[in-house]
Design a binder for this molecule. Structure first.
Ligand SMILES: [Zn+2]
Ligand SMILES: [Zn+2]
Length: 131
């Protein structure tokens, strides 16, 4: 046992609510807190509705590993989206597990039209009916 190389430091995702996990086209995404940057205009913003592939999350990979379509749901920069709706996706520069203390992102809140998940008709900040 002692001779084996240590296992990678796995980080299980702990969903606080069932809707913190979302399955889409064979990939399960989990909700995290993310910081985004627009590569065009360098605008930055925070999002409490950032969705990353749970497999990579659990491997404890940092945000630089979440570049591809299937690694995270895209978000778009509002001014650049207005100019060029189809061309542009922002870059996830940092993320962390959702903090119980982080309520909702201040300011304008979640911008549905800029969010890849919302654009698929699965609205992030819709109040779920409790069954
Ligand atoms: Zn921009
Ligand atoms: Zn959304």
């Amino acid at each position: 046992m002692e001779n084996n190389s240590p296992p990678p430091p796995l980080r299980p995702y702990i969903a606080k609510k069932p809707e913190d996990k979302w399955r889409h086209r064979g990939v399960t995404y989990c909700r995290v807190f993310g910081k985004w940057e627009c590569e065009n205009c360098k605008k930055k913003w925070d999002s409490g509705y950032t969705w990353v592939a749970i497999k990579k999350y659990e491997q404890n990979l940092d945000a630089s590993h979440f570049k591809n379509k299937k690694d995270r749901m895209y978000q778009k920069c509002e001014p650049c989206e207005a100019k060029n709706p189809n061309k542009h996706e922002a870059k996830l520069i940092y993320y962390k597990p959702l903090d119980r203390n982080v309520k909702l992102v201040r300011g304008t809140g979640h911008r549905r039209k800029l969010c890849g998940k919302c654009n698929k008709g699965v609205i992030c900040d819709l109040k779920k009916r409790r069954w």
